[in-house]
Design a protein around this ligand. Structure first.
Ligand code: HEM
Length: 513
């Protein structure tokens, strides 16, 4: 073959490859989104106009930035700050519409019947995997789908049975009590009251609880994971904004390099903890009853080939840190802020705690009797759900109520808007009224699927009993020892990181009782 023929062949191959890639990109960025858009519009659905590649990401960020630039009062509606685009669409087009997550149409639903269907059909509506980087902290059960999810859930379930969690109450007490003692020292150093930003303390408290309950005897190594996970989450949030730049997470930037180093270090620590535990089990040493032990026990009871690998157990342990710590800390922070604002409810909750425990240490039996505290926690979860929205993917055409959803779209459930929907909760939906939960969740919701702080259906939060017990223990101890109010320096700025954080902390004035 002559040289010129070789060059011509090469040129043909290169041109074909360029054409193929151009076609793929055009299809991804324009043809497919427009086909999906007309499919949805033919069914009468209204949506935002499609902007190639970025969709509504930029619009949403701009709206959020604008909302964030204006300070709000504690009594103001927080939804325009947190879900501005969904709220605007809801107000102008009703409860079902679509917006764009990049080139993917995201169909918002708020009807409890449809929501129930989506949550129940876990195989038809899997997780979305929109942000691959987020999987570095939330992989494992929360990110798995289909049979893999079912297998992991079956093996992990025993670790979160109430029977097991109740044995962790002393660990909850220890972590909460340590923080109370530190607050007492701070308050005493200033007389009988003192301003404290309780937010960082609460983050450490919940991290400490997970280190103790998940890794018991390996608590110190667990603490190091907690510190690294915190840094990792912070770095990932910075990179998420650049998600629409293809391959950005692989660029050798300072952030990306640090992310890789942290991931390696966490994996090294976890591998060490797990292999030491496996050795201890093999040597017949008594298990310590922490989450890891129960998980290993459940795993060893599986038939050959059905167990989780060490890598999979490591992923689950990482997830417990993030899922358990991030969510419970925001629940506690908003509970303290709202009880500072609603002093009448703070007094009622304290009265109940004092009636049940007096000056004694809170225990499981007493915690189960705390009805007012439970009502307050539910109401905080309704008004400030740590996860304000949830998404599911649609891979192949499926009916959902009267809609037919094509493969390639997503379903979006705006939990925060559903929790404040006056049609579902009454005209006082935006008010803090814990009494709506006095006869339990089913009465408050009139048996509709509209109270979703922990999700719903087979994938409902595996750690909800754990979180509620921990939150009640923390609140019982706080109410027993302190009264609290908002400090003049408190600025009410709820903003979304993964969950809703108090942007400038939670500055409260604590009075020693
Ligand atoms: C106030 C505290 C908490 C809240 C509000 C919360 C919320 C949620 C929600 C909404 C989901 C479902 C997500 C979805 O369907 O897409 C979920 C799942 C999950 N949560 Fe929680 N969570 C909390 C505490 C915890 C704790 C303490 C743990 C563990 C220590 C935990 C572990 C998990 C796991 C592993 C999943 C995935 C379950 C599955 O997909 O089968 N969570 N959580």
């Amino acid at each position: 073959m002559s040289f010129s023929v070789l060059v011509a062949a090469l040129v043909v191959v290169v041109v074909a490859a360029v054409l193929l890639w151009t076609w793929r990109i055009v299809k991804w960025v324009w043809i497919k989104p427009k086909m999906l858009e007309s499919y949805l519009k033919r069914q009468g659905l209204v949506g935002t106009p499609y902007t190639p590649l970025v969709g509504d990401i930029k619009r949403n960020v701009n709206m959020m930035m604008e909302a964030r630039s204006k300070p709000i009062n504690l009594t103001d509606d927080i939804t325009p700050r947190l879900l501005p685009l969904a709220l605007k669409m809801l107000n102008s087009h009703g409860k079902t519409f679509f917006t764009w997550l990049g080139p993917v149409p995201s169909v918002t639903i708020m009807n409890p019947q449809l929501i129930k269907e989506v949550y129940n059909k876990v195989y038809d509506f899997p997780k979305t995997h929109t942000f691959p980087l987020a999987a570095l902290i939330t992989d494992g059960l929360a990110n798995a789908d289909g049979d893999k999810w079912a297998k992991h859930r079956r093996i992990i379930n025993p670790a979160f049975h109430f029977e097991k969690i109740k044995n962790m109450v002393p660990a909850f007490y220890k972590s909460c009590n340590d923080v109370m003692c530190e607050w007492e020292k701070l308050v005493s150093s200033k007389g009988s009251s003192c301003e404290i930003d309780v937010w960082p303390w609460i983050i450490n408290l919940t991290g400490d609880v997970i280190s103790r309950t998940a890794f018991g005897s390996s608590y110190k190594e667990g603490e190091r994971i907690f510190i690294l996970q915190k840094e990792l989450a912070h770095l990932i949030i910075q990179v998420l904004g650049k998600n629409c730049i293809p391959g950005y997470r692989h660029f050798p930037t300072k952030n990306n390099r640090r992310i890789k180093t942290i991931v390696r270090e966490i994996q090294g620590i976890l591998k060490g903890i797990i292999s030491n535990r496996v050795k201890a089990r093999d040597a017949g040493e008594a298990p310590s009853g922490d989450v890891l032990d129960i998980l290993l026990e459940s795993n060893s009871g599986q038939t050959k080939g059905n167990e989780l690998t060490t890598e999979e157990i490591m992923e689950e342990c990482k997830l417990f840190y993030f899922a358990g710590q991030e969510t419970t800390s925001v629940l506690l922070a908003w509970t303290m802020v709202l009880l500072s604002q609603h002093q009448d409810w703070q007094a009622r909750a304290r009265e109940e705690v004092m009636q049940v425990f007096g000056d004694s240490n809170p225990d499981l039996e007493g915690i189960n009797q705390l009805k007012v505290v439970r009502m307050i926690i539910y109401e905080v979860l309704r008004l400030y759900p740590p996860l304000i929205e949830m998404n599911r993917a649609v891979h192949k055409e499926i009916k959902l109520g009267d809609l037919t959803l094509p493969g390639g779209v997503q379903v979006h459930m705006p939990i925060l808007l559903i929790h404040r929907d006056t049609k579902l909760w009454g005209n006082d939906a935006s008010e803090f009224k814990p009494e709506r939960f006095k006869d339990g969740i089913s009465k408050a919701t009139k048996n509709q699927v509209c109270f979703l702080p922990f999700g719903w259906g087979p994938r409902i939060c595996i750690g909800q009993n754990f979180a509620l017990l921990e939150a009640k223990m923390a609140m019982a101890l706080i109410l027993q020892r302190f009264s609290f109010e908002l400090s003049p320096s408190y600025v009410h700025l709820p903003y979304k990181v993964f969950t809703i954080h108090p942007q400038f902390g939670a500055h409260l004035i604590l009075h020693k009782l």
